[in-house]
Design a protein around this ligand. Structure first.
Ligand code: PLP
Length: 419
């Protein structure tokens, strides 16, 4: 079930104060989720969540997560800079990316961040760009299919990420020769899964492999990084991940394999942390009846790309009409010249009138951040619903001037301003 923690009044009040569309994030909800996760892993002597910045790269949000004890998982120079300006440093940061520009290794080393290497060739790049640190993390790709019981959870054999098992051995040999003292193991084998057994199965595989590699290569096994992947119920009928049960499941395998408690646990959740505590708020601005009934909104895939990109389901609430019967069927769309610019397809909803306020659920992760500027559309504002029940704009909406900022054209006079 999506998150209905905020009542319609909150969205109505926000829409009085700020023009739509905007993403609204709930501070109390973010803090509550961070606390739930930390509590589920409180049995572990050294646990830390490194929030995946790409999911919601807003400084106000990152600072809230810092207050809740989280670090950051960064995947680019810009995200590293964001981490730095938000006050994160050293072991509070992990750099994890693929086909990484070498300068980004150097930047991460200058911050003394953990570095998660994606390929064996990265070892030489890291040596020449910042140097090999004492502790290095390696991303593991087991190949084939990743299953829990009879269920296929992911297809690592087709994924571009990580070291093959034989490369892990060779990599650790090289890293040890270059002065590394310890290592971590990382893997991301299933995305958006609400199966409570995902993390425990992954932890078991990584802890077992890490112990083997430690014994064989004579280099200390310092941590596992379970990465992201814990999912959220986008659809009303979907179950919620029980994060307490996930923590207990990991504890069981951990205590068996690491009885002395010497291996730290890191996670890099994005979606689970902030997905359900963000909403895209938009007005119905157009109605069209042809072969289907369409409701046009003032938002588009520019603000939320997941439906267009993956056919993803996002629940929609019509504010003030929650209790009315869902006796109309609509395609709810944006204005882009792309027929996939639809937030909902053949969705049963209460009757929608022009001017109605619509709330699109679960946009707190991979929502705003996936945005783009197709059709010359600009990205929206981001609003924080504070713990004190007020609102704070934490990112203004883009204007045409932002769109033109990378060009030689002055939008006011359409004149050349540079050169
Ligand atoms: C995207 C990503 C995450 C976060 O994934 P979620 O599905 O949002 O939990 C974590 N780690 C890495 C390396 C990623 O690429």
């Amino acid at each position: 079930m999506p998150n209905f923690a905020l009542n319609d009044d909150v969205f109505f009040r926000a829409a009085e104060q700020f023009p739509t569309p905007f993403h609204l994030y709930d501070e109390a909800g973010i803090r509550e989720r961070a606390r739930k996760l930390n509590s589920a892993f409180s049995w572990c002597r050294d646990f830390k969540e490194y929030f995946a910045v790409k999911a919601l790269p807003n400084p106000a949000i990152l600072r809230i997560l810092k207050e809740e004890g989280c670090g950051l998982d960064c995947s680019s120079a810009t995200e590293l800079t964001l981490a730095k300006v938000c006050g994160f440093s050293g072991e509070e940061i992990i750099l994890s990316a693929n086909a990484m520009p070498p300068e980004e290794f150097a930047q991460a080393r200058a911050l003394n961040a953990f570095i998660n290497l994606d390929d064996i060739s990265d070892i030489e790049l890291l040596r020449t760009h910042g140097g090999i640190p004492e502790c290095v993390c390696l991303r593991y790709n087991p190949g084939g299919q990743f299953s829990i019981g009879n269920t296929i959870m992911g297809n690592p054999g087709e994924a571009k990420y990580g070291f093959m098992p034989s490369q892990l051995k060779e990599g650790l040999k090289q890293l040890k020769a270059l002065g590394a003292k310890s290592f971590g193991l990382h893997a991301f084998l299933s995305s958006n899964t609400t199966d409570n057994n995902y993390y425990p199965s992954l932890a078991k595989a990584l802890l077992t492999l890490g112990k083997e590699l430690e014994a064989e290569q004579g280099i200390r096994f310092a941590f596992v990084d379970l990465s992201g992947g814990i999912g959220i119920p986008y659809r009303p009928e979907q179950p919620e991940t029980d994060v307490q049960a996930v923590g207990e499941g990991v504890r069981k395998v951990y205590e068996e394999i690491i009885p002395d408690g010497s291996v730290a646990i890191k996670t890099e959740l994005g979606r689970w942390m902030t997905g359900p505590v963000g909403w895209l708020v938009t007005h119905a601005v157009h109605e069209k009846k042809i072969y289907r009934d369409y409701i046009g909104t003032d938002a588009s895939a520019v603000n939320l790309m997941r439906p267009a990109m993956y056919g993803a389901y996002h629940h929609i609430t019509v504010c003030g009409k929650r209790d009315l019967p869902a006796d109309h069927v609509y395609d709810v769309t944006g204005s882009l010249c792309e027929n996939n610019d639809k937030f909902a397809i053949q969705r049963e909803l209460p009757e929608i009138n022009i001017g109605d306020l619509l709330v699109i659920h679960d946009t707190g992760a991979h929502g705003y951040s996936m945005g783009y500027n197709y059709n010359g559309r600009t990205r929206s504002a981001e609003i924080l619903h504070t713990e004190a029940d007020g609102f704070r704009m934490i990112r203004r909406a883009e204007t045409a001037a932002d769109y033109f900022a990378t060009l030689d054209i002055d939008p006011a006079g359409a004149e050349l301003t540079k050169r």
